[in-house]
Each structure stands twice: as C-alpha cells, then as structure tokens.
Design a protein around this ligand. Sequence first.
Ligand code: ADP
Ligand code: 5GP
Length: 207
Amino acid sequence: MTSHKGIIIVVSGFSGAGKGTIMKELISRYDDYALSVSATTRDPRPGEEHGREYFFVSNEEFEKLISENGLIEHAGYVNHYYGTPRKFVEDKLNEGKDVILEIEIQGALQIREQYPDAVLLFVMPPSAKALRERLVGRGTEDLDVIEKRLKRAQEESVGIEKYDYIVINDDLDECVERVHGIIRAAHAAPSRNLDFINTIRKELNEL
Ligand code: ADP
Ligand code: 5GP
C-alpha cells in the first residue's frame, strides 16, 4: 500500500553529472512523475525549447515572477537566475503526482524549509575526471564557463550531507532504476501513510 499524496523530489548534482539525462529517461520509463520546468535568465542551448527544458525569460520578467510570489524558490547560479514556478508544483501535488525539481543546492534547501516532507537526492559522477569529461563532451559551454561550473561543483560538494540520498551516475540504466527505487521506498514511510495506518488501527479496535 503506497500513499496517494504526491511527494516533491529534489534532484541536485554538479553540472554535467547527468541530472537532465537521468530525468528524461526516468520520465520516459514511468508515468508516475511530473517534471517541473524552471524559469531561467540564461540563454537556450542548441536544441532547448522554451517551455520544455526551461522558460527562458529576461531579468525583468524573472524579477516580476519573484515579486508576484510566482516562484517557490529561486537562486543565482554562474551569472544567471533560476527558479521554480509555484503553480505547476502545487497543481501536480494536489493531483497526487510526484513532482521532480531538478535544482541546485540553495534552492533545494529553500524547498526543504517549505516542504519538510520533500526527498532530497544528489547525483554524483563516478569521479571528478569523469565530470570534467562529461562537461567538455556535452559541448554546450566554452572552457571558461566549464571552469566556473567545476569551481561551483567544488563549493557544492560541501553541502552533500544535507541531502537524504546520493546516487552515482556511472551506468545510466542502473542509476535511473535506483532513483525510481528510492522514490518508491519514500512512499512506504509510515509518515506518508498515516491515513491507512489509522484506518487499520480503527478496524482493529472494532474487531
Ligand atoms: P546535467 O544535467 O547534470 O548538467 P547532463 O544530463 O547534461 O548533465 O549530462 C552531461 C553529459 O554527460 C551529457 O553529454 C550526457 O550525455 C553525458 N552523460 C550523462 N549520463 C551519463 C552516463 N551515465 N555515462 C556517460 N555519459 C553520461
Ligand atoms: P543549467 O544551466 O546547466 O541548465 O543549470 C545550472 C544549474 O541550475 C543546475 O545545477 C540546475 O540544477 C540548476 N537549476 C535549474 N533550474 C533551477 C531552479 O528552478 N532553481 C534552482 N535553484 N536551481 C535550478
């Protein structure tokens, strides 16, 4: 018996660790998840579409979203702003869907404060060398930005213990199944099944 209430799953990890790749695969394999699309002030990468990978907005538009309380969290990351639109997350949770937020650590900690029930997951590369190779191999940033992102990874590595779980993205297929397994296990926590537990208690009392 699992809970019918949606859980917020926060997925963080160093740039290039494979978060986007894992999430795409997870969503294609399972219908259980709704992936939140963030707003950002950075430019689209080749192949990225407005409304699919991100809502690409200007600084002014981003500030307006903040002032209207339209974001549940936001943070600065290597010269740009990123934030999670509130309405989608609230709507999907109410529908009973698990909502995945692929966001960095400052945002993750803001989510934990507002939703103590959220599950925080950190994606790790198998090694630092593999991380650099993946960032370079992706070919979407120039070397200057890659160095900034690797520096940021060094800073973010200090906060990993604040997360509930780490997953190592070595073999993609295994990693996707491990992420799914962690989320299924979270649904089995007694704290997320209080209605069912109380029903059984009541039935036992009435036997
Ligand atoms: P992130 O979203 O964390 O910044 P991406 O999903 O864009 O990372 O992945 C970074 C690069 O690493 C991409 O080129 C992707 O194809 C590659 N990649 C992702 N997962 C793996 C893996 N398990 N093994 C090898 N390469 C991977
Ligand atoms: P990228 O530019 O590589 O797509 O994302 C850069 C970083 O911003 C990644 O660590 C990503 O997880 C994070 N990020 C993406 N969307 C959001 C968001 O809505 N809020 C926060 N806090 N971080 C985000």
